[in-house]
Design a protein around this ligand. Structure first.
Ligand SMILES: O=c1ccn([C@@H]2O[C@H](COP(=O)(O)OP(=O)(O)O[C@H]3O[C@H](CO)[C@@H](O)[C@H](O)[C@H]3O)[C@@H](O)[C@H]2O)c(=O)[nH]1
Length: 476
């Protein structure tokens, strides 16, 4: 049936990883509440894992919000691999499927939606995809690239040619001189660039994804990013000279601690009863996000450091944190050593935990969502970056915004260092400077979202510019 509506209709395709699906779902809700029709496309694998994790999720994760009046449609598509394939264990094969095969499935589903008579105006897709501008062009759609990381990381990848020219690409252990020629970036040390920019071997599947994705992103009609203008002012201003680039973050659920649409890919344990019994600011929350892996050696050192610290903690230990083939990697007797002051769980509603007054610090791998959520809850961080953008995020948290400290400096931390740093952050006197700074950052983030604030304005401007670009004939 032909679609007569003149609302802007966007097909939204998130990258099929937890840290990308979460902000994408929230952005989809935000746009729908501003009058957009959204067709949200999850991979069958993400959908399956989410459904398994939450018995309440039916075939359509948006059915409830649709009942409340938002026009969000939901479709699933294959990522090219069997649903039951272990993507965590076979990371490179998974990424290779996303690089080489997924575009064909995505294109087919876009084609089906359009052929069904629905009027579609734009494609919103994760910047890490290598194909969206081509697919958008083929179907006459505008392409909006959604970047779920910081402006700083975006600009590093965007200026890859400059990094190569100055010998700052793939140069780990070979160069220490500062990078001071990227527009809008005062100076950054090579060790603070992303892991993919540092690694000596640049032919991996992830490198191919990044190289091709940033070539494709140069053709985007708009880039929208989950960051805040005031946190990265100069970097963003410089980017805006090259691209229609909008900082609209932080993109959270309207009820921060309770996601209206369930997106967790593991079952959430409720920690509230345990947390309610703990004094304010006394508990350390420990999590390494949804995808990063630790070596067994690292995990044991962190576990022993936590044990030595005597601090109370909640540790989210995903069953695949070391490998799906080693589901019980903790040292013997660890559980007994920390009994009474710790809970170890596979997954939780992180926003609800961080927002609890008992939480006083966050030992984090520095995933960008975790950082935004922690700052929003005024929780200072202990940084243990593992790969990708997390090294660059650490620099922002520790060196620039001063809302956290390092757990490691380049090499692996010993249990004594882990314990010492935990106590440094959690103790009242030494942790106070970070707690004070994070209060300020929270205010900045909050102001950005208020009417007239930078993120609110940028969102309005983006929507205005987008509508102006939708050709009249398409909107009829
Ligand atoms: O028990 C948990 C642990 C995590 N989360 C949520 O899962 C998301 C995790 O995202 P993030 O902290 O960004 O980490 P990753 O899952 O590792 O995210 C990937 O995607 C991010 C955004 O692109 C990057 O910054 C990271 O480096 C990359 O690994 C957050 O929204 C958390 O609230 C939960 O709900 N429960």
């Amino acid at each position: 049936m032909a679609d007569k509506s003149d609302k802007p209709h966007a097909i939204f395709i998130p990258y099929p990883l937890q840290g990308h699906v979460n902000p994408s779902v929230q952005l989809a809700l935000k746009l729908a509440s501003q009058g957009f029709t959204i067709t949200f496309i999850n991979t069958q694998s993400v959908h399956n894992q989410t459904s398994k994790a939450q018995s309440k999720t039916g075939p359509d994760i948006f059915s409830q919000v649709r009942d409340s009046g938002l026009d969000i449609r939901y479709v699933t598509v294959s990522d090219g691999l069997p649903v039951g394939f272990d993507r965590s264990l076979n990371h490179d094969q998974f990424m290779a499927a996303l690089l080489h095969v997924f575009s064909a499935h995505a294109e087919e589903v876009v084609n089906q939606i359009i052929r069904s008579g629905q009027k579609v105006h734009c494609l919103i897709a994760d910047t890490y995809f290598v194909w969206p501008s081509k697919v958008a062009k083929k179907f006459g759609l505008l392409y909006i690239s959604f970047w779920t990381e910081t402006a700083l990381v975006f600009t590093l990848y965007y200026h890859l040619d400059l990094l190569k020219r100055h010998g700052h690409f793939a140069c780990i252990d070979r160069c220490e001189d500062e990078i001071d020629y990227i527009p809008g970036v005062k100076a950054i040390e090579p060790k603070d660039t992303t892991s993919y920019l540092q690694e000596p071997c640049s032919t991996t599947v992830c490198h191919q994804i990044i190289f091709n994705a940033f070539e494709d992103a140069k053709n985007a009609d708009f880039v929208i990013c989950n960051t805040v203008q005031e946190l990265e002012t100069e970097t963003i201003s410089a980017l805006q000279k090259k691209l229609p680039w909008f900082a609209i973050g932080p993109i959270f659920s309207s009820q921060f601690t309770d996601r209206i649409v369930s997106t967790s890919m593991w079952s959430e344990c409720d920690c509230s009863t345990w947390l309610n019994k703990k004094p304010n600011g006394s508990v350390l929350y420990v999590s390494f996000g949804s995808y990063a892996h630790l070596t067994k050696k690292e995990l044991v050192e962190i576990a022993n450091g936590l044990s030595l610290s005597k601090v109370s903690f909640i540790w989210v230990l995903r069953p695949d944190i070391v490998s799906t083939e080693d589901p019980n990697p903790l040292p013997d007797r660890f559980q007994e050593e920390v009994a009474g002051r710790a809970i170890i769980i596979p997954w939780c509603c992180q926003t609800a935990v961080l927002a609890h007054p008992a939480i006083g610090g966050f030992l984090t791998h520095c995933g960008w969502n975790s950082i935004l959520e922690s700052m929003w809850c005024k929780v200072p961080m202990l940084c243990y970056p593992l790969y990708t953008d997390q090294f660059t995020n650490r620099k922002l948290v520790v060196d620039d915004w001063k809302v956290g400290i390092n757990l490691i400096n380049q090499k692996m931390a010993t249990k004594e260092e882990v314990s010492k740093n935990i106590n440094h952050l959690m103790s009242e006197k030494s942790g106070d400077p970070y707690r004070n700074s994070v209060q300020e950052v929270k205010k900045t983030m909050e102001n950005g979202l208020k009417p007239g604030g930078s993120s609110a304005n940028n969102m309005d401007q983006f929507i205005k510019d987008l509508k102006a670009k939708i050709p009249k004939k398409m909107a009829q």
